[in-house]
Ligand binder design. Structure first.
Ligand SMILES: NC(=O)c1ccc[n+]([C@@H]2O[C@H](COP(=O)([O-])OP(=O)(O)OC[C@H]3O[C@@H](n4cnc5c(N)ncnc54)[C@H](OP(=O)(O)O)[C@@H]3O)[C@@H](O)[C@H]2O)c1
Length: 258
């Protein structure tokens, strides 16, 4: 099936975002790819142009910059691009004691994981509602389901994404729009290196493939799901924290981060 949709993917230069872009391109969607690394985006764009036979636009943007999301929106507006689907995927984490983390690193994380995601959703949802089609995939994490000692800001940022997404899913019911929150567990991407957690117990226990995670998210979005937790182990983890005492959960997560 060929879909007449324009899809904006943030964080498309690697990992889950790149795989999600491939999923939408396989449906024949027009893609708008954004991240900071131009060369990676250009390489993906030329691959997808061949695959989908449609336009692929590359717009570099730093979503940690105070005006990053606004600059991206202006650039799309100037080029006459109005996405039907927004994949809010850009994000990063950092491991360490909260009190020792660089304040600038915390601010950048909140800017990308929380502020830019919210600004983009708010800017693009009204046109989707008017057209009564499309929607959002917001990428949270299994981190969203509980607090995360030694990665406190990241876990809290993803709890925000899950909470916002579930509320928007409800508000958009009946408006022809789907809002899906993707909650992956450990996945083999650039994430672990960026967060300094390659040696953590969480990643040593095993990872999922980014392509499998993206495929589950894409399928869930097309089926109108509110939350997608890919993989049986992640599903089990997300469910078990709901019935476990919070003091036990905090201890367990702290061990997984170490
Ligand atoms: N991998 C995991 O284990 C895992 C688990 C749960 C949730 N997640 C979430 O999945 C999402 C994708 O991460 P990933 O695993 O695919 O890791 P990744 O390979 O490191 O990709 C992260 C993407 O975010 C972009 N990004 C980071 N900072 C940015 C900035 N300041 N401005 C614009 N773009 C920025 C990066 O692009 P540039 O560097 O080119 O800017 C990159 O394309 C993130 O939201 C992450 O929190 C990952």
């Amino acid at each position: 099936m060929q879909r007449d949709e324009t899809v904006l993917v943030t964080g498309a230069s690697s990992g889950i975002g790149r795989e999600l872009a491939r999923c939408f391109a396989a449906e024949g969607c027009r893609l708008v790819l954004t991240a900071r690394r131009q060369a990676e985006l250009d390489a993906l764009a030329s691959e997808l142009r061949t695959r989908s036979g449609h336009d692929v636009t590359v717009i570099t943007a730093d979503l940690a910059a105070p005006d990053g999301a606004r600059a991206l929106l202006s650039s799309m507006h100037e080029q006459g691009l109005s996405p039907d689907v927004l994949v809010n995927n850009a994000g990063f984490g950092d491991r360490g004691a909260f009190a020792d983390m660089l304040p600038a690193r915390i601010e950048a994380m909140l800017a990308v994981n929380v502020t830019a995601l919210t600004v983009l959703a708010r800017a693009l949802l009204p046109a989707m509602r008017e057209r009564r089609r499309g929607g959002l995939i917001n990428v949270a994490s299994t981190a969203a389901f509980q607090p995360g000692p030694w990665m406190a800001t990241y876990y809290a940022s993803k709890a925000y994404v899950l909470s916002l997404s579930e509320a928007l899913h409800f508000e958009c019911k009946g408006a022809g729009i789907t809002v899906t929150c993707l909650c992956p567990g450990a996945t083999a991407t650039g994430f672990a290196a960026e967060a300094g957690m390659q040696g953590s117990l969480l990643f040593r226990l095993g990872t999922m493939d980014a392509a499998d995670v993206a495929c589950a998210a894409h399928r869930g979005f097309r089926r109108g799901r509110a939350i997608v937790v890919p993989g049986w182990r992640n599903k089990l983890g997300a469910q078990s924290v709901r019935v476990s005492p919070r003091a036990v959960v905090r201890k367990l997560v702290a061990r997984l981060q170490r």
